[in-house]
Each structure stands twice: as C-alpha cells, then as structure tokens.
Design a protein. Structure first.
Length: 187
C-alpha cells in the first residue's frame, strides 16, 4: 500500500489491528512493514501505537458478507457475487467482547485522549522502517503541516508451509482461486 498524507489535507487512519483485515488461522501471522518515505512527525500525521497491544487477541474480522456473495462463493473463494447484491459486500464480525471504545475510530479529546488510552506517537525519519505484528493497535492523525507524510506499507502472512491458512472469508481473495504470490520461489 502507498499511503499519502498530502500537505494540510491528509486524513485520519482510525485505530485498527492489521490482522482484522488480513486474518489467518489457526493463528494470526500478519507482519506489517511500514516504510517512511518522508519524515513522520506529530504535525504531519505520524503513526501512533498502543504498546503491549500486540499481546492482545484480534478483536474483529473484516470479511466478505455471505448474504452478498452467497455462502458457496465465499467457501470457494470466488469474487463473483451470487447472493443478494443489495446487501453490503463486507461486514465486520466481532470476535470477542472487548473494552476498546475507540476500536475503528479514535479516542476522544485529541492527543490527551490518545495518551490516556495508552497510545504513544512514533516519529521517524524518511527511510526508517517500522516492523510490527498484526495485533498491534495503531492509527495516525491528520496532516496539519506544510510537509507531506508518505509511506509504503507491505504486509506479510505465513502460508501452508507453516500450517497457516488465509481465511476464505477474508475481504481480499486472489482471483481465480490462485494462491497469493510467494516471497520465495518453490524449489
């Protein structure tokens, strides 16, 4: 993903765990690589993380809606809708009851609310690479500065060789039932 926060217009990225969107079983295996292409500061919308949240379970699962696609299409990992297309394509499943009021949004009261909720800013220089697991709760604020804040992000998940399965209900499915590209070629 290429995320651009243009000068004075780059918006909020709400609190989330990457594993919500990149769900694997029997364990979460998402690893995020976040490369700063510009300096990331408090003024231009740097990343905020909640330390130790990486030890928490994934709270929700963003997935394809069987009512829209049809159960058979979801199970077969097909991207063509076979259900009621008036229904939303994607739904958010709550995986367990949690006490995270800001999940999918932001804590109230700007920076003081973020700090009260346990978030800390992660300022970094262009070229810095942040690496974190998919359960880490993170967000970023708008860019109010005269400096852009662009990033490149890559997400990795383990696969069948590690006995890990990409959920057939994940919102993102590779077309034609083909597997996702591998980092290493099979030998």
């Amino acid at each position: 993903m290429y995320i651009l926060k243009q000068v004075r217009t780059g918006g909020v990225v709400n609190s989330h765990q990457d594993s919500i969107f990149l769900y694997t079983t029997p364990k979460q295996s998402c690893l995020g690589l976040w490369l700063a292409l510009d300096d990331a500061t408090l003024d231009n919308g740097c990343l905020w993380v909640r330390p130790k949240s990486h030890k928490e379970a994934t709270r929700r699962h963003y997935k394809r809606n069987p009512a829209h696609f049809g159960t058979a299409a979801v199970e077969a990992r097909r991207n063509q809708a076979g259900g009621d297309t008036s229904q939303p394509k994607f739904v958010m499943d709550e995986l367990y009851k949690h006490n995270v009021d800001w999940d999918g949004g932001l804590p109230e009261n700007d920076w003081s609310g973020l700090l009260d909720a346990g978030f800390v800013p992660v300022e970094c220089k262009a070229g810095d690479l942040l690496v974190f697991c998919g359960e880490l709760d993170h967000l970023s604020l708008p860019n109010y500065s005269d400096h852009p804040r662009h990033t490149f992000q890559l997400h990795l998940v383990e696969g069948p060789d590690a006995s890990v399965t990409w959920s057939p209900s994940n919102w993102l499915q590779y077309p034609g039932g083909k597997p996702f590209l591998r980092l290493l070629e099979e030998r």
